[in-house]
Design a protein around this ligand. Sequence first.
Ligand code: TXA
Ligand code: MG
Length: 348
Amino acid sequence: MPPEQADIERAVALLQAGQLVAFPTETVYGLGADAANPPALARIFAAKGRPAEHPLIVHLAGAGCLDRWACDIPALAWELAEAFWPGPLTLILKRAAGVPTAVTGGQDSIGVRVPAHPVALALLRAFAQAGGGVAGMCGLAAPSANRFGRISPTDAAHVREELGNSVSLVLDGGRCPVGIESTILDLTRDPGLPPRLLRPGHVTPEQIASVIGMLPEVLTQAADDGRPRVSGSLAAHYAPATPLRLVASTELAEVVAELRQTGRHSAILCHSEFPGVAATLAVRQLAAHPRGYARALYAALRELDQMAADLIVVEAVPATPAWAAVADRLRRAAVGAGQTTDSANRHR
Ligand code: TXA
Ligand code: MG
């Protein structure tokens, strides 16, 4: 059931009171709080179990309130906002004076985006109309509504599973249509240098280049100063509790047969047909195109993670630009998988 006006009003009242409200965006569900209210921000970090130095993305109803949050906004930012907002692109800009340090993790930059989901937009507009929270800043900080390092939720039920009662209200907008987190682009570099892609997503480098006339530089490792500027850039992220291994398409059948011989239970995530994969194994076949695959990826990983398998075997996706964002999430899931000790308790 999509939220009604009364649900949006209740959500706004909770946000104004400094409470947490989870809401759908086109990418994944966000865990929202008034971004200008430090005690509310502290609740986000506590609910997620997220270290305080990880900055949050501020969600706005439109680019009109951007200069409350950012300063020295380059022309490129306005062009990108015009082209891609509302939509799954987060811009990193210099932060304006008066922005709480909790929202930026102590950095001098700020991440902002205007989400394209109708429920998120209705919430942001109603929040702004009701005064926009502390100092009328009209921004909602919203990290993905999962426990730190785990799989992002793409469905309201996933949010409940992740956060339980630590969130006051979950607005249910059904499944998120994009399914993986927004593209993050750093525009705080010196003029003349190309912007830096901090996290690949639905909005591609080529699309960005078509607007600003240059390809962003792709960041391959953590920021120069070693601080975790993008928590998604930590190698271990978006991870299930079950160990996960990426296997080339050509080796999948062999690896599965080998696992079966050694009596290990594996769950398989693929995008090609695999006739003859034993019925004793759980097999999820996703779309063979990146957008359809991305939409279903996290729900599938979550489901396979709950099957008490010894291993999740994922068929590697093609090494082409169109698959880059999906490949990024799979790589991180493989590194982070099976690292928490609660996996055994959770599933067995
Ligand atoms: O699609 C999305 O972006 C979702 C939905 C809810 O909007 N949100 C999301 O938030 O993915 P989160 O917190 O899970 O990931 C946001 C990323 C973090 O990795 C954070 O480090 C990075 O954005 N970030 C935020 N502010 C930043 C800044 N000032 N500089 C660099 N990275 C920043
Ligand atoms: Mg996240």
